[in-house]
Design a binder for this molecule. Structure first.
Ligand code: TUI
Length: 310
């Protein structure tokens, strides 16, 4: 099986998850420089020209391959899809929807297309439409999530398609990376473990909340309105869940969550902000450079698999 790093021409078989308002050109370049595939997130960009600037800036910061994550629920998704093709970005990953209608345009421009799916039915469809690989993301992840766990999802996607599958959700150390390989993945996408990297531009309060978190400290809000989002438990998530239970209107729910991610990322408001994070938040122990996080993941996996072979 060809590994993700060989497929993309990078050192480690790791893709950085697209983290809205966090993964800008500087962070993506840092992840690419550290040997993974850095990815510019579009969840917090609302002008196609801003994305073009970020892509061009990233090119000045690294000569290694990097990608763009297109958040499909973004109102500017269509224009940004065009920018990704025009700029001939090496790789596009997508999230929160079906990118089918853009695949032809991206392939023509030579962009490698790697959509995120939360179930195998969409993986099969996107393979037929020309996707180069699939990211199977379990509900352990942070941010917008599906229902299936990584453990159940990854092997079922692997059995459903012939293109390479990348595992995501619940991966922060060598044991979990080894497990992802055992499930048939050719690599992994990681997000939460990078939030506590030195290079990650989130507010210090957000990082400290992650370091303090225990295994059961994340929760999913928004299930009742078709917008499930996993984040660290705080005053905002408690209020949101209460409102959901009381059958509050969509308007009230939106008011509760409005601007929450930006408040967490930029202002360090850990009370009313949305501290998006995956279930592995409880495993995060210290702030380290991205390079060290990647090396530990990879070396940890090697050790685990060697010990297992006996
Ligand atoms: O996209 C994500 N995670 C995200 S996007 C995001 S941006 C944001 N979200 C809420 C508030 C503020 C900002 C934060 N986290 N992950 C990839 C992902 N995609 N997870 C699940 C899916 C998915 C779900 C349904 C992919 C396809 C899908 O298909 C439905 C269909 O149309 O067939």
């Amino acid at each position: 099986m060809q590994m993700l790093n060989e497929m993309l021409g990078i050192e480690f078989p790791f893709i950085q998850g697209g983290m809205a308002n966090i993964a800008d050109a500087h962070f993506a370049a840092a992840c690419s420089q550290a040997g993974g595939l850095g990815v510019i997130a579009t969840g917090g960009i609302f002008e196609a020209q801003k994305l073009q600037e970020q892509i061009r800036l990233c090119r000045t910061l690294t000569d290694k391959p990097f990608g763009v994550n297109l958040m499909l629920m973004n109102p500017c998704a269509e224009e940004m899809a065009r920018v990704i093709a025009e700029e001939k970005v090496a790789v596009v990953t997508t999230g929160a929807g079906n990118p089918g209608k853009y695949i032809g345009m991206w392939k023509e421009a030579g962009v490698k297309v790697i959509p995120v799916v939360a179930a195998s039915i969409l993986a099969r469809r996107l393979e037929k439409e020309g996707a180069d690989a699939i990211i199977a993301e379990g509900t352990e992840s942070g941010g917008h999530v599906g229902e299936m766990t990584t453990m159940a999802l990854v092997p079922q996607v692997v059995d459903s398609v012939r293109i390479p599958v990348i595992a995501a959700g619940g991966i922060a150390d060598g044991r979990q990376l080894a497990a992802a390989f055992m499930l048939g993945a050719c690599g992994v996408q990681v997000g939460t473990c990078l939030l506590v990297s030195k290079e990650c531009p989130i507010h210090e309060n957000y990082k400290l909340a992650l370091l303090k978190a225990k295994d059961s400290d994340t929760v999913v809000t928004g299930r009742s309105v078709g917008g499930p989002v996993r984040a660290l438990k705080n005053k905002m998530t408690r209020r949101y869940l209460t409102l959901e239970k009381e059958g509050a209107s969509l308007e009230e729910l939106e008011k509760c969550a409005l601007g929450g991610l930006r408040r967490a990322v930029f202002e360090g408001d850990v009370e009313t902000g949305s501290l998006m994070a995956g279930q592995v938040a409880g495993m995060l122990q210290k702030i380290r450079p991205v390079r060290e996080i990647f090396e530990d993941l990879y070396m940890g996996q090697k050790k685990v698999l060697e010990a297992h072979r006996g």
